[in-house]
Ligand binder design. Structure first.
Ligand SMILES: [Fe+2]
Ligand SMILES: [Fe+2]
Length: 132
């Protein structure tokens, strides 16, 4: 289960709100996978994909606005994550049972790892700019 911690905060605003929302959806999805609640899983995968696209677009807008120097590289990471998420959704629906653990692990780490490594660099950049 993903638990939100204050240290994950990036902008204290829209980015954090969407990150928290994505945590909630991911938790619901991993629980549904554990319970093999297939109807709910299909819905949640779609919701997660939709919110992810929405969040990435918003975050990319923020990066443009603050002139974040490595925004193109960050955008490429977003695209790779969207593709990976889609791949795991496909894997799930092909009922490859051996992949269940892999899918759950992916869901629990992809977002957190991206926030803690890549998104935090945005915060560092914003903080540095505020001081100047
Ligand atoms: Fe993000
Ligand atoms: Fe990001």
């Amino acid at each position: 289960m993903l638990i939100w911690l204050d240290e994950y905060a990036i902008d204290g605003a829209s980015i954090d709100e969407l990150h928290q929302e994505l945590f909630l959806i991911t938790n619901k999805l991993t629980k549904a996978i554990e319970e093999e609640d297939n109807l709910f899983i299909a819905d949640l995968f779609d919701t997660l994909e939709m919110y992810t696209l929405y969040h990435f677009a918003g975050e990319e807008e923020v990066m443009e606005k603050i002139n974040y120097p490595v925004r193109e590289e960050h955008k490429a990471l977003h695209l790779a994550l969207v593709q990976q998420l889609h791949l795991f959704k496909e894997k799930y629906f092909h009922r490859d049972i051996t992949e269940f653990e892999e899918i759950k692990n992916f869901l629990e780490y992809w977002l957190k790892d991206h926030i803690l490594v890549e998104d935090l660099k945005i915060r560092t950049f914003m903080q540095k700019n505020e001081k100047n």
